[in-house]
Design a protein around this ligand. Structure first.
Ligand SMILES: *Cc1c(COP(=O)(O)O)cnc(C)c1O
Length: 405
């Protein structure tokens, strides 16, 4: 008799963004004349840049000719892209990541969800709180998280590392030692960044305890301040303890085009000396059939001189929105953080309002949609996330409305 995977059945409630969508749809139906400004979901709005479009067209034409047609892509990625990434991303940072340590995929969401498969069933995970929901949910699906407490929103077998105003939204080294540590900087949802000495502490901690760090660097391109780490491999010893996730989604607007990659150094072994690089290669070979040729050519074009210039302009556009939102909120008397090295602004709700109460209040009074901090974890309660991915005009207008609230 067939039975569904009972671990999937443990996932609590409905997905955060579908709850938001329902609330917004209901408000919009009741108030058809009101113009809603959406600063909620973390999706880009600028079109793909000309260098990427040109590369896409060229690759499409190649696919239509017998001489240049391509079938299955190599499942770890085309050499032209892996070599470009090694040379244009990792070498300038002074790191020695080689092309064959880069695994091309269709994005960082699936990699961040799938990477847990190469670790033992009893692996103890640690996550920041608040956190990008995929890390925990994928471990719930793998039956690794124990029982859920609906009152606290916590899983019994997960180590939570609160990121609050008290620690500058940067997690402290946990007392109970985890096996697998998820870190994301620049951070979604808080917009916080980590310094290189702080990240070095994590690398030393992981090496000392034979733990592995999954470092999600999806927002690396938004780092604006000097001296901050763009890759965990800038830290000494990271090759023996860290996996890095990267994505073209936020760097180059590929959310709908789909491209990302995961770095696993050959020096990364488990406690018995098993190569995690080999396991991930094996996993890719069995469960993934390669990102599309056309899209990999588009990804290569991001690193051309034109591509770099054009994608930087897009990021500058979003970061101008981030400044507008940050200054608008601060000027209106709110307590704000993030928004300097990340496209996310993290604000404290006023007067001790709950995250969801403030969501309703903002929708009602200013017709602006954001994301309740509690949707990212219990330590997000009392906070609210706004994104810089809208248009400049809408970012300005949203701040005018909020000021008048
Ligand atoms: C958007 C995002 C990603 C990237 O996801 P893709 O699947 O590459 O689009 C990864 N991690 C975090 C934290 C994100 O917010």
């Amino acid at each position: 008799m067939i039975r569904a995977n009972e671990d999937y059945g443990k996932l609590p409630g409905s997905y955060l963004f579908s709850t938001i969508a329902k609330k917004v749809a209901a408000f919009s139906e009741a108030n058809p004349d009101k113009k809603i400004i959406r600063l909620g979901i973390g999706d880009v709005t600028q079109p793909l840049c000309p260098a990427v479009i040109e590369a896409l067209h060229k690759a499409v034409d190649e696919m239509g000719k017998a001489e240049t047609f391509r079938g299955y892509a190599p499942d770890l990625g085309y050499a032209f892209l892996r070599e470009t990434i090694a040379e244009k991303v990792f070498r300038p940072l002074g790191t020695d990541i080689a092309a064959d340590e880069i695994f091309v995929s269709d994005g960082a969401k699936s990699d961040s969800a799938n990477i847990q498969e190469i670790f033992a069933g009893k692996t103890k995970i640690a996550v920041c709180d608040p956190v990008y929901p995929v890390y925990v949910d994928s471990n719930v699906m793998a039956g690794r998280t124990g029982t859920y407490d609906a009152a606290t929103g916590l899983w019994s077998d997960v180590i939570y590392m609160p990121c609050t105003a008290d620690n500058g939204f940067s997690p402290e080294l946990p007392k109970e030692v985890p096996d697998l540590i998820y870190l994301c900087f620049p951070n979604n949802p808080t917009g916080a960044m980590i310094t290189k000495p702080q990240l070095q502490e994590w690398v030393d901690y992981a090496n000392r305890n034979k733990a592995v760090i999954i470092y999600d660097a999806a927002y690396e391109a938004y780092i604006h301040e000097e001296g901050l780490p763009h890759s965990i491999y800038e830290c000494e010893g990271a090759r023996t303890c860290a996996i890095e996730l990267r994505s073209f989604s936020k760097n180059a607007g590929f959310t709908g085009t789909r491209l990302g990659y995961t770095v696993i150094p050959k020096d990364l072994k488990d406690a018995d000396g098993v190569s995690l690089h080999s396991l991930w290669a094996r996993r890719h070979g069995t469960k993934f059939n390669g990102a599309p040729y056309i899209v990999q050519r588009a990804g290569e074009a991001v690193y051309s001189e034109e591509g770099q210039k054009q994608t930087k302009e897009q990021i500058e556009y979003y970061m101008r929105n981030a400044r507008t939102i940050y200054e608008g909120l601060a000027g209106a008397g709110f307590t704000v953080s993030g928004g300097v090295n990340a496209p996310y602004i993290w604000m404290k709700t006023p007067d001790g309002m709950s995250s969801w109460d403030f969501f309703d209040y903002l929708l009602e009074k200013a017709n602006v949609v954001g994301t309740p901090g509690s949707g990212f974890g219990p330590s997000g309660e009392g906070y609210f996330r706004l994104t810089a991915f809208g248009t400049y005009e809408n970012s300005v207008e949203a701040m005018e409305r909020i000021r008048k609230m």
